[in-house]
Design a protein around this ligand. Structure first.
Ligand SMILES: [Zn+2]
Length: 168
């Protein structure tokens, strides 16, 4: 069969930002995103979407060595989707998520255990994020519409150690 003219619009292989077991994801995220699209995957693409499964306690935004995603903000909006996979109880995430939002004396954490969507408006600082008491694998997606590539701006005034971290 001839190759479709639309083949350029499908990414058939997992796309790993990092390798499993790579030190750059230790204490950050497990596994690395397995589905991913941005302007580097699809020519002309003007959004970013990434998807992963999470199956163990881990954290994102806790590294200070420049690897992984830091505590940050950006001038574009971002969605975080957390989806439990129990067909008999779709509201149950199977884990506890602790998601830090804001800067300075306006810094607060959101905690949830249900299938949820988080919306970060432009320029609202966020992270770190901790996945705790992970009892079942769940799906985790990030979506940045109208933004061709992820471009977080680190916030130096906030240190991950101020917010706890899951040690593995
Ligand atoms: Zn962000």
């Amino acid at each position: 069969m001839a190759k479709s003219r639309y083949e350029k619009y499908i990414s058939r292989k997992p796309y790993y930002l990092w390798k499993f077991g790579d030190d750059s994801v230790a204490h950050a995220m497990e596994p690395a995103p397995t589905v991913w699209a941005d302007k580097h995957v699809f020519e002309g693409c003007n959004s970013v979407i990434e998807g992963s499964n999470v199956w163990a306690d881990c954290s994102l935004g806790v590294r200070t060595d420049g690897k992984g995603t830091p505590i940050h903000k950006h001038p574009y909006e971002e969605f975080f989707l957390f989806k439990g996979m129990d067909p008999k109880n779709p509201e149950e995430l199977g884990a506890e998520v602790e998601f830090w939002v804001g800067e300075g004396d306006k810094t607060e954490k959101l905690v949830f255990t249900t299938s949820s969507v988080l919306y970060m408006p432009p320029n609202l600082a966020h992270f770190p994020m901790h996945f705790k008491n992970v009892k079942k694998p769940f799906q985790f997606f990030v979506f940045m519409p109208n933004q061709g590539e992820s471009n977080p701006e680190p916030i130096d005034s906030r240190k991950p150690s101020d917010f706890g971290a899951n040690k593995r």
